[in-house]
Design a protein around this ligand. Sequence first.
Ligand code: KG4
Ligand code: ZN
Length: 338
Amino acid sequence: MLVLGIESSCDETGVALYHSERGLLAHRIHSQIAMHTEYGGVVPELASRDHIRRVLPLTEACLAEAGVTLQDLNAIAYTAGPGLAGALLVGASVANALGFALQKPVIEVHHLEGHLLSPLLAEPRPAFPFIALLVSGGHTQLMAVRGIGQYELLGETVDDAAGEAFDKSAKLLGLGYPGGPALSKLADRGDATRFKLPRPMLHSGDLDFSFSGLKTAVLNLVKQQAALDETTTADICAAFQEAIVEVLVKKCLAALKQTGMQRLVIAGGVGANRQLRAGLNDAAQRRRYEVFYPPLELCTDNGAMIAFAGAMRLKFAEPDYSYNVRPRWDLASLPSVA
Ligand code: KG4
Ligand code: ZN
């Protein structure tokens, strides 16, 4: 079965072709970061308009790369939510229009389910059940995953998401938008012992997170500095990254212990962070847990994870071309594919 996947929930247009026997045949991403940079964040209206410009050329490029035609598709999957309403509408309308024109069924995909299942696009594939840490710009959640659509929320952030904390702290340090990757790069050169930052909710006894205080602590540190030279900036980055990684690693271990599960899956943009990966690998190795990641280029938003999640949900594909996007959508409300 060949599924076309379309992602347009935020600032990346992603298109991909996933074949249930042959795997990922093609995937293309257009990032809007350069366009939004001058505004210091995503401008929703600009995002929607750019998705319109990109989605069909990316689709054509994927079809050409895979050597298939639209007629070869068995279904079309698209991100129906959560995300920016206008941006989601682009993917939803293109997917439904294509489906209607080709008389192929369409599948609504939950963006976070896409992220959550993206490690299954790498080898070796994690078997169910597993603990998933979803760490993106919008979400920080720990879930117990027992199968496709069997998601139990164990804990989540009570304020900022981990990626948001990276981005906001990076902005305070003058590192631009989205500053997560830049902050992480500078942190590699910094001295993490020079400044001490808090580990919010490390000992809260539950699996929730809080990151807004960490950002405030960075703000206070920045204000205390006579000059924010490169060394000081790198040292603050290193202290910040160490604090956030320690909290994420400890809560993952607590979730594994609490559920008695043996496998941990990391998904979402912050999953690309090298120190987080090193910290998790090290902690897991010592306790004989297994850790799984998506391929690096599939950590941030992409069409491959949407095509894949769509392929897992083929039984819900419908030749019904009325659509409605869901800017807010509870992952735990999805039907199980058992
Ligand atoms: O999953 P994603 O592409 O989008 C959402 O669905 O939110 O994640 C984007 C987030 C941004 O906050 C970005 O700064 C962060 O992931 N990110 C990183 C790294 N790469 C991306 N944060 C820390 N270290 C990285 N290497
Ligand atoms: Zn995402």
